[in-house]
Write a protein that binds this ligand. Structure first.
Ligand code: GLN
Length: 342
């Protein structure tokens, strides 16, 4: 490592240490508070997911300046699943512009399960890009000369968010692919209405790939921090998404990100977020923070039980709800930068 790089790293580590103590304590307390929660069940409709250890539990936070805090199983890798959906929606927006995407997918919450075989009866569009139908339609919009190029562009996009190369879990991918009859049914229904192109079977494969990308909860927090920072990864300085689209990702996450719990989530927690059946949740406090939680036991709607609890608690603790009147986040700032507030 060059001297220059070493100095840079020392500076970064020093900065993280000096700011770490109070927030680290808060994360530890949260972890202790919820570690004994035993509610929910590991997803098993994708057989490979049933192998997850129900005890796994990790929480990460990355600030919009790139300071990172973890507790628990923050380095265990799991498949991103539906938490990938906002970001592929972002790629579709970059490829086709807002109206181009809106022709093929709406932004209305469904109130239905994420894998419901249902389209808007008037427009024939899938309701929104956060449920499977909408996500398959957005995957169909990812451009590329051929399938490998489309997959490559999608993986590169995730790499820009997380700040390192990402890989697909082949076993999860195969498991989804072999059992993905519902998703195929949705694909055929959308093909019937011209919402996906004639190559939609290839787009289904792309969708299975995107769901099978391996991440840690630290990666999810970094992805969140990138959105919190206007689309630029705060550690690498690399832009992951065109700034003009960040608000669209965040608003659809707030209204539709937590499946058929999305309304109550927006009401009670008020933070744009997306969950996946692998047990991950990515949440974003715009301008401030990315949060990643991982715990594979899911509630009946498919959200991580501990993940929902952690985000709710954080929201209440620091007043993070989008419509909180006193949104200066003073209590959070005091934990992040104690030296400045004294
Ligand atoms: N790959 C999963 C599926 O298509 C994703 C679902 C999810 O995370 N909600 O069923």
């Amino acid at each position: 490592m060059s001297e220059e790089k070493k100095d840079e790293l020392d500076l970064l580590v020093g900065r993280m240490r000096s700011a770490a103590a109070p927030l680290r304590g808060t994360l530890n307390r949260l972890y202790e508070q919820f570690r004994d929660v035993r509610d929910g069940k590991v997803a098993d409709y994708i057989p490979e997911l049933a192998k997850a250890n129900p005890d796994w539990f990790g929480i990460s936070m990355v600030t919009a300046q790139g300071q990172a805090f973890d507790v628990g199983d923050a380095s265990v890798k799991f498949s991103i699943q539906s938490a990938s959906k906002p970001f592929v929606f972002g790629l579709a927006l970059e490829d086709h512009g807002l109206e181009g995407v809106m022709n093929k997918v709406g932004v209305e919450p469904t109130g239905e399960a994420f894998n419901a075989i249902v389209l808007d009866e008037v427009s024939n569009r899938p309701f929104n890009p956060m449920v499977n139908a909408g996500a398959i339609a957005t995957a169909d919009l990812v451009k590329g000369a051929d399938y490998p190029e489309r997959v490559g562009r999608m993986l590169d996009m995730f790499a820009r968010y997380v700040g390192h190369e990402v890989f697909v879990d082949t076993k999860v991918f195969m498991s989804e692919r072999v059992t993905g009859h519902r998703n195929r049914a949705i694909g055929h229904l959308m093909r019937n209405f011209g919402m996906v192109g004639e190559n939609f079977e290839e787009s289904l494969e792309l969708y299975f790939q995107q769901c099978s990308i391996l991440v840690t909860c630290r990666d999810l927090a970094m992805i969140g921090a990138t959105l919190a920072n206007g689309g630029i990864n705060p550690v690498t300085g690399v832009r992951a998404i065109d700034a003009q689209y960040v608000k669209y990702l965040l608003s659809v996450m707030l209204s539709c990100g937590m499946y058929d719990y999305a309304g109550e989530w927006a009401f009670r927690v008020g933070i744009p977020a997306k969950s996946g059946v692998g047990g991950g949740i990515v949440a974003v406090v715009p301008g401030k923070l990315g949060i990643g939680v991982f715990s594979p036991c899911l509630d009946l709607k498919g959200n991580s039980v501990r993940g929902v609890k952690v985000c709710s608690e954080l929201s209440h603790m620091f007043g993070l709800h989008a419509f909180e009147l006193d949104r200066n986040h003073q209590s959070l700032d005091e934990q992040l930068l104690p030296q400045r507030s004294r």
